[in-house]
Design a protein around this ligand. Structure first.
Ligand code: DC
Length: 212
């Protein structure tokens, strides 16, 4: 049995930071699957006509970039575009193999996203569903982007977060949902250190249960 850790949850819940730190702690490769959808969304937004499902599907099937470190993928617009293409079934199935192959790495892996525990790695040894109230998540994102020079109003950020939650949880294809066997980690009243400690305890409990 290998150590596969699935970290799911909504935007700005802390799941990305937690997943990256778990990967570091256990010496495992980490895939931020949101970046795959961001890469497709970014391309689909620039294509004419924008958000054409056929084009987005073809991009997902054939053009996943070797490097996902394009800073353009990290913007709020790319997140919004990602959420739109993520509702397209062809895009989801086009990205499936890449993610499943990553999860099947012989030494184990950490993946974070929305459907890791339910679709990509249903047999993961440890599953976390990281969440926080929409207000707290919006505030985290707002402070982050303001620090980068954005002047977006807090109310607009909160509306963005709620719209994304609705779209990600309401879509027909692999909606964002907590897996039955995932452990809920609510970080509303936690700083990142406390959240990471709690996450590590969840993983340690799963390892002990499976004798790993
Ligand atoms: O985690 P993120 O903000 O980078 O994700 C961007 C969008 O991609 C998110 O709104 C939903 C989608 N996504 C998804 O549908 N499934 C995943 N496994 C990861 C992300």
């Amino acid at each position: 049995m290998t150590l596969i850790i699935a970290v799911d949850g909504p935007a700005a819940s802390g799941k990305g930071t937690i997943a990256a730190r778990l990967a570091q702690t256990y010496g495992l490769p980490h895939l931020d699957t949101g970046l795959l959808y961001r890469a497709v969304g970014y391309a689909a937004a620039q294509h004419n006509p924008p958000f054409d499902e056929g084009y987005a599907t073809m991009f997902a099937e054939r053009s996943i970039p070797e490097t996902l470190d394009n800073p353009g993928y990290r913007t709020g617009e790319a997140g919004e575009a990602a959420s739109r293409v993520a509702a397209m079934p062809g895009v989801r199935s086009g990205l499936l193999k890449f993610q499943k192959d990553f999860a099947a790495k012989p030494g184990g892996a950490v993946l974070d996203g929305r459907d890791i525990g339910t679709v990509i790695a249903p047999d993961a040894l440890a599953k976390l569903f990281v969440t926080a109230s929409p207000e707290v998540r919006a505030r985290r994102r707002w402070l982050q982007v303001r620090g980068q020079g954005s002047d977006i109003a807090f109310e607009d950020m909160l509306a963005d977060i709620k719209r994304r939650d609705e779209r990600d949880a309401g879509r027909g294809s692999a909606p964002m949902v907590q897996a039955d066997d995932a452990v809920l980690l609510d970080t509303t009243d936690m700083g990142i250190e406390a959240a990471f400690d709690a996450a590590r305890r969840i993983v340690e409990a799963a390892r002990a249960k499976h004798g790993l």
